[in-house]
Design a protein around this ligand. Structure first.
Ligand code: PMP
Length: 442
C-alpha cells in the first residue's frame, strides 16, 4: 500500500523490542495489546491515553463538583453555609496544649500504630460509646482515618458489581458515590419527618434483599432529621426479620440540642446486624482525620486486612491527641460547650429565616447536628440560587448531590450554621432570601 518494506520491518523490530509482538505457530507474528482495548497505534504518542486505562471503578464514579461551591466559600468576605465544618471560633485548642510532653513520653507510639488503632484509644472509645448505651469491647472498635474511610472499607468488603444497596433519600452523597463506584445499584427509601418511610423500607427489604442498608438516624445529613424511637425499633425488627445488615453513620449523634437524646441503633442491636460508624470530625475537627467503626470482631479483622492495602493505620499524633482529650475530661466539657453554641447558631439562623423568608420557602428546625434543610419556592432552582447567592456573597450547598437516585434535589438547599461566623449568620440569611426574591421577581 505504498509503504516501504524497510519501514514495515523496522516497525516490527521496534514493536518486538518493546515486547509488543507475539509469535504463534500457524498465525505468524502479530502485534499484541497488553492493555485490553488500548489501541496499539497510539502507543507511540507522547502521553498515555488515560481514558483507555481507567478501571470500571473510576468510570462508575459520578463526581459532583462540590469544590465549585466550597471555593466560593473560601473567597474573602463570603458567608458560607455550604460546607459541613465545625466552628473555628470554638476550636478546642486546649486539646493540643502540653501535647509535646505527652508525645515525648510516648515516643515509641509515634513510629507506628496497630492497623486497628492504639489499644488504649480503642478502649477509651469503647467506654465513650458506653455512655450512649452501646456496650462493646475494645476488640470491636477499629480506629479509622475519618468515617469516610469506613464507608470505603464497607464498600470494598461487601459490594460486587450489580449488588443492591438501600439508602435513605436524600442521603450523604459521598456514601452513594462510593457504593456506585463499586458497581452497586442503589434503591432509595424516602425520608419522612421522623426518619425513613418504614412501609417502603419493608417492601424493598422483602422484595429485593439488598446487601445492606445505609442510614443516618441522628441529625441526618442533609435534612437534620432525627429518626423517632418507634422507627428505630421497627427498623431493627425489619433488618432482623430479613437478615439485612445496617451501616449506621452517626457523626452528629453527640450534638443534640434539646431533651434526652436517643441512643444509636447500635445500642439496641442484639444480633450484630448494625455496623456503627462515627468520627471526631464533627465534634473536634475534620483535620484530625480520625473516626471509628464498631462492629463484630470477625468483621473488624477483615476490614483491617483490606485497610492495609490503602492506609496502614490512622495518624499516631491524632490518636494521642484524641485519647488525651477524652481521658482528661476535656472532650465532655467541650461537647457541652458546642451543644450550647450550635443550638444558639441554629436559633439565629431560624430567627433570620422567620424574618426574611419569601413566600414559599420552608425549612425544618433540627434538634441537633449541623444542618437546616430548605425547600425552595416553586420556580426557584437550587443551582440558580447557588449562583445568585454566590454573586451576593453567600455560599450554599444545593440539594442535587443528595438526590442521586430520584434526582429531585433541585428543589432543596442545605444550610450549615456551625461554620460561619456567628455574627454574620443573620446577614447571610437576609442576602440569601434577597437572592430568592430576585429569582421569583418579587
Ligand atoms: N458521614 C457523614 C454523614 C458525614 O456528614 C461526613 C462528613 N461530612 C462523613 C461521613 C465523613 O466524615 P469524616 O471522614 O471527616 O470523618
Amino acid at each position: 500500500l505504498g509503504v516501504n518494506r524497510t519501514t514495515v520491518l523496522n516497525a516490527y523490530k521496534e514493536l518486538k523490542a518493546d515486547g509488543l509482538m507475539a509469535s504463534h505457530v500457524g498465525r505468524g507474528t502479530v502485534a499484541v495489546s497488553t492493555v485490553g482495548e488500548y489501541p496499539v497505534k497510539t502507543i507511540y504518542q507522547k502521553e498515555p491515553i488515560w481514558e483507555f486505562l481507567y478501571s470500571d471503578y473510576l468510570k462508575n464514579h459520578e463526581p459532583f463538583d462540590v469544590n465549585k461551591y466550597l471555593e466560593i466559600a473560601n473567597q474573602k468576605d463570603v458567608i458560607s453555609f455550604a460546607a459541613g465544618i465545625a466552628s473555628f471560633e470554638n476550636l478546642p485548642t486546649q486539646a493540643f496544649e502540653g501535647i509535646e510532653a505527652e508525645l515525648l513520653s510516648r515516643q515509641k507510639e509515634l513510629l507506628v500504630s496497630p492497623v486497628a488503632g492504639f489499644s488504649s484509644l480503642r478502649k477509651v472509645i469503647s467506654t465513650y460509646m458506653q455512655k450512649r448505651s452501646c456496650f462493646c469491647q475494645p476488640s470491636e472498635i477499629m480506629v479509622l482515618s475519618g468515617s469516610q474511610q469506613g464507608i470505603d472499607l464497607i464498600t470494598r468488603a461487601f459490594i460486587n458489581p450489580g449488588d443492591l444497596i438501600l439508602i435513605e433519600e436524600p442521603s450523604f452523597f459521598p456514601a452513594i458515590q462510593s457504593f456506585r463506584a463499586a458497581g452497586a445499584k442503589i434503591m432509595a427509601v424516602p425520608m419522612e419527618n421522623d426518619g425513613m418511610d418504614m412501609e417502603i423500607l419493608e417492601q424493598l427489604l422483602s422484595r429485593y434483599r439488598p446487601k445492606f442498608l445505609y442510614t443516618m438516624p441522628a441529625y441526618h445529613n442533609p435534612t437534620g432529621i432525627c429518626m423517632s424511637l418507634a422507627k428505630r425499633i421497627r427498623l431493627l425488627e425489619l433488618v432482623n426479620k430479613y437478615g439485612i445488615p445496617v451501616l449506621e453513620d452517626d457523626p452528629y449523634g453527640e450534638l443534640y440540642f434539646e431533651g434526652q437524646p436517643l441512643s444509636p441503633l447500635k445500642s439496641m442491636d442484639k444480633n450484630g446486624y448494625v455496623m456503627y460508624l462515627s468520627t471526631f470530625s464533627k465534634t473536634i475537627s475534620p483535620g484530625l482525620r480520625l473516626g471509628w467503626i464498631c462492629t463484630g470482631k470477625k468483621l473488624i479483622h477483615q476490614l483491617c486486612n483490606i485497610r492495609q492495602l490503602a492506609d496502614l493505620h490512622s495518624n499516631c499524633i491524632s490518636q494521642q491527641v484524641v485519647e488525651r482529650f477524652i481521658v482528661s475530661g476535656g472532650m465532655a466539657d467541650y461537647l457541652t460547650l458546642i451543644r450550647r453554641e450550635y443550638k444558639e447558631r441554629r436559633d439565629i439562623m431560624a430567627e433570620a429565616l422567620d424574618r426574611y423568608a419569601p413566600p414559599g420557602l420552608s425549612w425544618n428546625i433540627p434538634a441537633g447536628g449541623y444542618y437546616l434543610w430548605c425547600t425552595l419556592p416553586e420556580g426557584v432552582s437550587a443551582e440558580a440560587l447557588a449562583q445568585k447567592a454566590a454573586a451576593g456573597g453567600v455560599a450554599i450547598l444545593p440539594g442535587m448531590p443528595s438526590y442521586l437516585v430520584t434526582r429531585k434535589g433541585e428543589a432543596h438547599v442545605r444550610l450549615n450554621y456551625t461554620f460561619p461566623a456567628k455574627n454574620r449568620i443573620s446577614e447571610g440569611i437576609r442576602l440569601l432570601c434577597e437572592a430568592i426574591r430576585e429569582l421569583l421577581r418579587l
